[in-house]
Design a protein around this ligand. Structure first.
Ligand SMILES: Nc1ncnc2c1ncn2[C@@H]1O[C@H](C[S@+](CC[C@H]([NH3+])C(=O)[O-])CC(=O)[O-])[C@@H](O)[C@H]1O
Length: 322
């Protein structure tokens, strides 16, 4: 049994999340026995070989930076870069570890800056991030005062990246579990639930919104971010096949339609707090993600269209109360 499973079980045993222990251990043992990605042993080897660090330099307030450059020898920094590059592609970040800058495909910090002024203060809150990727925002949530932060994401690559970063700041109150939203019981226990960049991947968006609500305590706050299109309450785009070269894109509603969906599943006080067309500076190819990125997903003659001719990615942030 991995330590991080048991650490997590111990952390929630006496909390309002204890009810999770009825389903979680069987799911994680199943993942460990049968569902791990084929590259997991390679990533585990990376994790085992990371240089030791007992740094006290932790910045999660305005970026995610662990350790100072001077605390690691040049040789160890080179080794660290070599090891972490074995976990490419690095999509969500950026992270700086002992001076090594992991310049990820996405400037996830920009999304954070857009939402932070609008959400309830996270101080002392128990927070869930559904579809958290490598966990960049988990650190920022903790940096904003959250007491206990859990992310779920079914991608084992992102879990391994999260564990690599956590190696340099083993905070017992920040966790990532390899689960999909459909595997969550109705916990009704979180003060804030985030779900960003996931709704359009779901085939049943209304069921998805109900699953998000089922994780919140009454009065808890949902922070939902997703692709949207311009239009009225009856506008929803369903791409015929790919959208911006992405497979698995199902529903892209207008903010008015999404507001109605949220209200229909019982959310109150729904507000659209941000609308933003993704720029070529926010999502781009870097040394840590060397394959195609947004510039390749847009029409080369018109950046306001995807390569398939749909409206270019426009993202909205909505806040609602359970
Ligand atoms: N069933 C599922 N349950 C939970 N997560 C899922 C599921 N299916 C896919 N995911 C995960 O949802 C994340 C979506 S990315 C947003 C990351 C971050 N939130 C961000 O806002 O930067 C955006 C994108 O890929 O378009 C990925 O990490 C998937 O593994």
């Amino acid at each position: 049994m991995n330590n991080w499973f048991t650490d997590f079980y111990a952390a929630i045993a006496k909390s309002p999340l204890s009810h999770w222990l009825e389903t979680l251990p069987a799911q994680l043992s199943h993942w460990q026995r049968e569902a791990q990605h084929g590259d997991w042993p390679k990533w585990e080897k990376v994790l085992k070989n990371l240089p030791e660090s007992k740094t006290k330099h932790i910045n999660i307030q305005d970026k995610v930076e662990f350790g100072e450059a001077s605390e690691l020898s040049e040789g160890h920094t080179k080794q660290l870069e070599h090891l972490l590059k074995r976990m490419m592609p690095w999509r969500k970040g950026p992270f700086t570890i002992h001076g090594l800058h992991i310049d990820t495909e996405w400037r996830s910090d920009w999304k954070w800056d857009r939402l932070l002024p609008h959400i309830s203060d996270l101080t002392n809150r128990t927070v869930l991030d559904i579809g958290c990727g490598s966990g960049y925002h988990l650190w920022r949530m903790r940096g904003a005062g959250a007491e206990f932060v859990v992310g779920i994401d079914p991608s084992d690559l992102f879990l391994s990246q999260f564990q690599a970063i956590k190696h340099f700041n083993p905070d017992p109150n920040v966790h990532l579990l390899p689960l999909g939203v459909e595997q969550l019981p109705q916990l009704k226990a979180f003060d804030t639930v985030f779900s960003m960049g996931v709704l359009y991947h779901r085939r049943s968006p209304i069921d998805f919104l109900a699953q998000l609500k089922a994780q919140l305590r009454p009065g808890g706050e949902l922070v939902l971010e997703t692709l949207v299109v311009e239009g009225d309450v009856n506008t929803v785009l369903m791409p015929t096949d790919r959208y911006a070269k992405m497979r698995n894109v199902w529903y892209i509603p207008s903010t008015a339609a999404l507001t109605l969906w949220l209200e229909r599943v019982g959310f109150k006080n729904v507000r659209v707090v941000d609308n933003d067309q993704t720029s070529l500076e926010e999502q781009r190819k870097t040394d840590w993600m060397t394959t195609e990125s947004l510039a390749d997903f847009l029409d080369p003659n018109d950046v306001n269209k995807t390569i398939e001719g749909y409206p270019a990615p426009l993202r909205a942030i909505l806040i609602a109360e359970a």
